[in-house]
Design a protein around this ligand. Sequence first.
Ligand code: MRU
Length: 361
Amino acid sequence: MSVRPFYWKRRDLLILDQRQLPDKIKYLRSESPTDVATLIRAMAVRGAPAIGCCAAYGMVLSVQLGPSHPSFSRLVESAKILKEARPTAVNLAWALDRMILMAKSHEGVSRSRLTEILLKEAKKIEAEDFENNKAMGRAGAALFGKEAVILTHCNTGALATAGHGTALGIIRELHLQKKLKKVIVDETRPYLQGARLTAWELDQEHIPHELITDNMAAHLMKTERVSAVIVGCDRVVANGDTANKIGTYSLAILAQYHEIPFYVAMPLSTLDLSKKTGMEIVIEERPSEEVVTFAGKRIAPKKTRARHPAFDVTPGILITALITEKGVVKPPFGENLRSLRGRQRRPEQSYEIASSLCSSQ
Ligand code: MRU
C-alpha cells in the first residue's frame, strides 16, 4: 500500500482522514495529544492497531509541547485524554501503557531527551505492528489450500494498522501465494468500512472481491462456497470472547450453522487477560446520527432515534481459531492464551503497573 494511515513528520503526526475515502486522500496535522484524541474519536483514523500507534505518537506531542523539565503527571493526563477517545479497542490502552512505562523509567531527563526516547518507542510500536501483521499473514495463509473464498467484515487492512493488515493481511498473503479465489466484503453498516475502505484497498491491489450488504451473508453462505470467515478484533479476553465491529457476532453464528470455519486475526496487542469474559468489555455507543443518515442524507423520520453500538462480542465458543503473530491458537482458549502470553517478552505485570499509573479501560 502506497497510502499510509499516519506518519510522523519532523515534529507532527499526520493522519489520513479515512472519513473522506475513497473520494479524497487528505492528511490532517496533529500538534497535540488533544488533536490526536479528537481525530481518533471522530474516526478520521480507526482500527485497533492504528489508533494505538497514533496515540503513542500523541504522547510524543505531549512532551514536545510541555515544560523543559517534563512533568510525569502531565504525561499521565495526556494518556488519560487519549485513552478516553474510544473505549473498546484495548490496543489504545496497551500502547499508552507502554509509553507511560518508558517515560517512568526515564523520569528526570530533559524534554529533548524524553522526546527522543518516546519517539523511538512510538516508532518501535509501529514497526512491530507491521512485522506482526506479516507474521500473522503467513500463519493464517498456511490454513488454506487453493481457491479460497474468504468473507470478511469491516476494515482490517493497511488503513487499520501500521500497514499490511490483520485479517486483510492474511487475505493479502493468500493472494500473493495464489491461493485466493475471491474476497466477499461486508459493506459494514453504518460506517461502511467494508465498502469505503476494504473494497478500496483490494481494488488498489487488484485483489478479486465482491461487495455485499451485511444482510446478504447468510444467503451467500448457503448458496455459494465460502471457505472461511476471517475478521479482526478490538479486544480478546481470557476465555477467547472477542469484541469486534458490530455484525461480527451474527457472522459467527451464521458460520457455525453453515459449518464454515470462523477465524479471528489477533495481534497480541489486542489480548486483554485482565478481563475474564466478554461481559466485562465496554462497548462504545456512537451517535444515533451515524445510523439515521446515509451519505449525509437523512433516511429515517426526523424524530426517530437509532441505537448505535459500534462493536459486539463474539463468544469464544463460536471461534475456530485465533491467528496471532506467534502462530494459530486453538481452543481451549483460556489455557492456550495464558501460555501464549507467558511466552511474551514483556511481562503482563509491567502493564498492570502502567495501568495503575494511568487508570486503564
Ligand atoms: O470502528 P472501527 O472502524 O475502528 O472498527 C474496526 C474494527 O472493528 C476492526 O475489525 C478491528 O479494529 C481490527 S483492525 C485490524
